[in-house]
Ligand binder design. Structure first.
Ligand code: 5GP
Length: 179
């Protein structure tokens, strides 16, 4: 375990197993809908999750990436600025948005609105982690890997100051590392 990690919340094995289950569920659901979604991954946190999950989605999906940042110091908290836009048009397409974590729900809500404004036909959300106790905007993912308590987590894509994204598990950072 990394020296800055207080405890492992979700192990590498648990992530692999859950991605397998989610992939099977997503495959079945979209087969029933007779749709093939474009997997839209939000940079950078959801990259490891996308990479693991998509192996288990047995559909001819495409992937695309988007990077957004929140406006700070304005009244429109939750509105997002696009840093990297999608490479392709999503008009009339089915989108499966891949997120690392839903916390207050503000990011997801803004991104959802943004993608709907681009004319996508249907949008579903898959998130590796969910912290429902922190929700400010009422939005839920359609597929959730793990529901976790209100703790600041790192690893498997999630960072603190851009570090720890490469850890293969999700863990809680030691308190002294915040100072
Ligand atoms: P929301 O807009 O739902 O409040 O926040 C979503 C974003 O905040 C996530 O995509 C993630 O980048 C960041 N975030 C929220 N909770 C955590 C956490 O516990 N750990 C880390 N590393 N990032 C978090």
């Amino acid at each position: 375990m990394h020296k800055d990690v207080k405890k492992v919340l979700v192990s590498e094995e648990e992530i692999e197993q859950r991605c397998k289950e989610l992939g099977a569920q997503i495959t079945q659901d979209y087969k029933e809908l007779n749709e093939i979604p474009i997997l839209v991954s939000l940079l950078k946190g959801s990259v490891p999750f996308l990479a693991k999950l998509m192996k288990y989605i047995e559909l001819d999906v495409e992937i695309d990436f988007m990077d957004v940042s929140s406006y700070e110091g304005t009244e429109s908290i939750g509105d997002v600025r696009i840093i990297k836009d999608l490479d392709r048009s999503i008009k009339g397409e089915s989108i499966l948005l891949v997120e690392d974590i839903v916390d207050t729900g503000r990011t997801l809500n803004s991104v959802k609105e943004l993608l709907e404004n681009k004319g996508c036909e249907r949008m579903r959300i898959v998130s590796l982690l969910d912290k429902p106790s922190r929700r400010v905007v009422q939005i839920d993912a359609d597929y959730v890997g793990f529901t976790i308590p209100n703790e600041f987590v790192i690893g498997f894509g999630l960072d603190f100051d851009e570090k720890y994204r490469n850890l293969p598990y999700v863990g809680v950072l030691k308190d002294e590392c915040y100072q």
